[in-house]
Ligand binder design. Sequence first.
Ligand code: ADP
Length: 542
Amino acid sequence: MLGLMQQWPLLCHKIVDHAARQHGHREIVTRSIEGPIMRTTYGELRERSLKVAQLLTRDGFKRGDRIGTLAWNTGRHLESWYGIMGMGGVYHTLNPRLFPEQIAWIMNHAEDQCLFVDLTFMPIVEAIAPAIQSLKKVIVFTDGAHMPETGLSNVVAYEDWLAGADGDFSWVELDENEACGMCYTSGTTGDPKGVVYSHRSNVLHAMIAALPDAMGVSSRDVILPVVPMFHANAWGLAQTAPLIGAKMVMPGAKMDGASIYELLDTEKVSFTAAVPTVWLMLLQYLEETGKKLPYLNKVVIGGSACPRAMTEKFEKNYGVEVVHAWGMTEMSPLGTLGSIKPEYVELTGDRLFDIKEKQGHSPFGVEMKITDDENIELPWDGKTFGRLKVRGPAVASGYYGGAGADQFDSEDWFDTGDVAHIDPNGYMQITDRAKDVIKSGGEWISTIDLENLAVGHPDVAEAAVIGIAHPKWDERPLLVIVRKQGKEPSREEILQFMEGKIAKWWMPDDVVFVEEIPHTATGKIQKTTLREQFRGYALPSA
Ligand code: ADP
C-alpha cells in the first residue's frame, strides 16, 4: 500500500522561494570585492537568481550544463548558484588556490560551458581560458564601472548582463535526483575526482545541517560562512542559511583577523564556521587588540583537526561555544559534529575538553562504521581504531566519470580514507588518514595524536608527523616542527614535553625544525610533499 502524500520534489530553488516568502527582508551582507559593504535581501536573491536563470537560458545554456564559479563568498556568487540550479544547470565550484593548470584540468574534465568569476581571479582565467575547449562565456562578478580591460572573448560584467533581464522566468521543473552542483576533491594523490550533488541531496543536507545537535541554527542567527563556497559547499551554509531564513554575512576576499572581526562586530554575527587556520588569525588579532566577541555564540571548526588549545581559548576567554566537526566533499560535507549529548552534559574542565577534542557524533542521515582491513566491523569502544566508512542520502555514490570506484562497496559504504575510533556514546575521533598512519611493528601510530600533542608546547607554531622507513620496525615517527617566532625550543625540550602523555613506543624517534610546512589548497598539511622532502632521512635509532 502506498502512502497518500504529495510528491513535492526536493529542489534547491524551493529553498530560495521559501526564503523570499517567509524571510524576504532578511539581509545578505557582503564585503564586496570592489571594497564597500553591499546589502541585498532574500527577496532580492530570488529576483536576481531568476534573472540569472533567464539569461543563462537565453544565452543557450541547457539543463545539465556545468557552469563554473571561481569566486569568493559573496551575495552575487550565491545568486549565481541559485540561478544555475533553477535553470537546471550544475554549479561547479573551482578552488582558486589550486594551480591554474589544475583548475584548467578540472574545468576540462567537467566540460564547463560558462564561468562566473571574481575580479581577483581574472588573471587566472585569462591564462587558462584558451585551454578550455568547452568554455563559451565568461561573466565577471562586477559592474560596468569596475570592469577591467581584458583580452578574453565573450566576456561581460555581471551587473550589465543582469540589466538585460526582467526576471520573468519560471524555475525549470526537474526530478529531485538531477544534478545541481559539482565540486572536485583536491586530489593530493592522483587526479582530482568530481563529486556531483543532486537537488535532493543538497536539500536534505541543508535540513540535516540545521538540526539542533548539528549546526543548530535558526532564523534568529546571523551566519558568517567564512568557509568558502568552493570548499565543500561552504559546509552547506549556502543552502542552510536561506532554508532557515537566517541573515547571512559574506566575507568576500578578506579573511584576515581584523576583517573577520569587523564583520563579526558590526553585523552582530552569532554563528560562524571555518578551518582552524582562519581562527588562529582571529584569535591572534583578539589577543593583540584586547577585543572581545560579545555577539558570537557558536563557531564550527573542521576541515582539519581543531587543536584543543583553540577550543579552550574560544570557550574560556571569549565565551564562544566551539563545535568540532568532521566531513568531506563527498559527504556534502557534514559527517559528524561535536555537540554535547546528555551523557556528557555534566562534564567540566579537562574532561569536557577531552570530548570536545573528538570530531563528534553523526546526525540523522549519516551512518558510520569502522572496519579492519578485511572489512570486519570493529567495536565502538573509544579505543579500537579502523577504517571509517559512511553512507547516507547526502553521501556520494560514485565519482564523476566512474573514477575511484574502489572506494564504494556493494552495500553503498564509502571508504572515507580516514582512520578513527568511536566511543560507546557514538563520538568519533579521527586518528589519521589511512595513507598517513604510521605502521610500526605491525601496530598503528596516530600522527594526528602526536601532532596535537606537539602543538600544545608553548613554543611550537605548527607540527607534522610522518613515518620514516626503519629497518626493524618498518616505520617510525619523525616530528617536524615550525617554531613560534623568536622561540628556540630544543629537540630534547620537545621530547620531554611529550613524554608520559603517550605510550612510550609512540614517541617520535627524532625531531627536526623547519621554516615552513607545506600545505594543500584547502590549508591542510601536505604529507606527500613532506614525505618526499624527508625521503631517505636517517633516524638516529635506525
Ligand atoms: P579537501 O582535501 O579538498 O579539503 P575535504 O574537505 O573533503 O577535501 O577533506 C576531507 C578530509 O579532511 C577528511 O577525510 C579528513 O581527513 C579531513 N578532515 C576534515 N575535518 C576534519 C577534522 N575535524 N579533523 C581531522 N580531519 C578532518
